[in-house]
Design a protein around this ligand. Structure first.
Ligand SMILES: [Zn+2]
Length: 395
């Protein structure tokens, strides 16, 4: 096999192949340019959300293409190549003492938990399907290590959970966490594979129930970055994130969809809301109560609003002051190479005028009256007269 010559190709050669999803064998597919798309597009967009929160420009930022919660430091996993969530949280930590990460994807948010497993600056809480479901982690007893002990919260659930059962455990857990941990910002991953009818997930949540979780977290009025995640039934994904975009905007959307090209498709029946179906709920009231009590016991061991030593946050590499006005940057400011690269003008952007670099002053194609080249007024050449000796000597 020939060695890849592109940068993206070299990165892809280093990827691990990860078997997952139980009886299936699904590996993150190797595609040309996928590294660029996931690392730069996802991370920069989720990162731009965190920057807007840091700068106080926005209260809630949404990036549905983000939420790649399985990616690890060492390689991709479960369709996730670069962990945009970690990048987003790391940026938020520059200006916020404590960040809460909430994950309601049907899979355990292992990549994010793994990254912040030993710190109390970030509390991670994941509600996910257990019973050997991918990635197989997220046991209720896995609660963090060292300084992060008890700051990783796992709520493993069983198949067939419906809206009432889910909200019966989601609401008290989140309420307890927010009043105890007192986060200054929240990042929420809203994978749609926890909605009924997903091709991988086996929960029985309606998309209204799914959106109710977002509504509940929004009700605390904390700065928030809302991200997408998994979702393997296309019409579920489109409907649920549409409904949740409305929730972020405070809009109640009409359940009857406007006429469109896909109206004749059998799924969805032209309705925005996806109802739960008849399915056995393996989450008995006793199981839910036991799980809730175990989680609350872990939370009871956490310090209330753990403090952070005072420090001066480093300057944002891309701030409104720097945006679009490179001339305003002091020469004393040391800039990262990424910003220097952005600030280099393309040669075709050079223009004549006061910023003319080449000083060639080409003639404009069309001249207006005011642009006409002034005619140089030449001084008259003095007439040269032959010298006449007027002083004739008298002989
Ligand atoms: Zn998932």
């Amino acid at each position: 096999m020939s060695q890849p010559t592109t940068v993206a190709g070299k990165h892809m050669m280093q990827m691990k192949i990860v078997p997952c999803f139980g009886e299936f064998t699904i590996t993150p597919p190797v595609l040309l340019g996928v590294h660029w798309v996931t690392e730069y597009y996802n991370s920069l967009n989720s990162g731009s959300g965190s920057k807007k929160i840091n700068q106080g420009v926005s209260d809630v930022c949404v990036h549905w293409a983000g939420g790649m919660h399985h990616a690890k430091k060492g390689g991709p996993s479960g369709f996730c190549y670069a962990n945009d969530i970690v990048a987003c949280i790391m940026d938020l930590l520059r200006h916020h003492k404590r960040v809460l990460y909430i994950d309601i994807d049907v899979h355990h948010g292992d990549g994010v938990e793994h990254f912040f497993y030993n710190t109390n600056r970030v509390m991670t809480v994941s509600f996910h399907q257990s019973d050997g479901f991918f990635p197989g982690t997220g046991n209720i007893d896995d609660t963090g290590v060292d300084q992060g002990k008890n700051y990783a919260i796992n709520v493993p659930l069983r198949r067939g959970i419906n809206d009432n059962s889910y909200l019966a455990i989601f609401t008290p857990v989140i309420h307890n966490i927010i009043y105890r941990y007192q986060p200054e910002a929240i990042v929420m991953q809203l994978g749609v594979d926890s909605v009924v009818g997903d091709r991988l997930g086996q929960f029985n949540l309606s998309n209204v129930g799914h959106a109710s979780c977002l509504d509940y977290v929004l009700s605390f009025n904390l700065p928030m970055v809302v991200l997408g995640g998994g979702g393997y039934t296309a019409y579920n994904v489109a409907r649920t994130w549409t409904l949740e975009t409305g929730a972020v905007l405070g809009e109640k959307l009409n359940n009857v969809l406007p006429k469109n090209t896909f109206m004749g498709f059998p799924d969805g029946k032209g309705r925005l809301e996806i109802p739960s179906v008849e399915m056995y709920n393996h989450n008995t009231p006793k199981f839910l109560e036991d799980t809730l009590q175990k989680v609350l016991q872990v939370l009871a061991k956490t310090e209330i609003a753990p403090s952070v030593p005072l420090y001066t946050p480093p300057q944002d590499w891309y701030s409104p002051q720097l945006k679009g006005d490179p001339d305003s940057i002091s020469e004393d400011v040391r800039l990262p190479q990424e910003l220097k690269d952005v600030l280099v003008d393309h040669p075709q952007e050079h223009y004549d005028g006061e910023k003319d670099n080449d000083q060639d002053n080409p003639e404009p194609l069309l001249k207006t009256e005011s642009q006409e080249t002034p005619v140089k007024v030449e001084e008259p050449i003095p007439e040269i007269k032959p010298t006449v000796n007027t002083h004739t000597e008298k002989v």
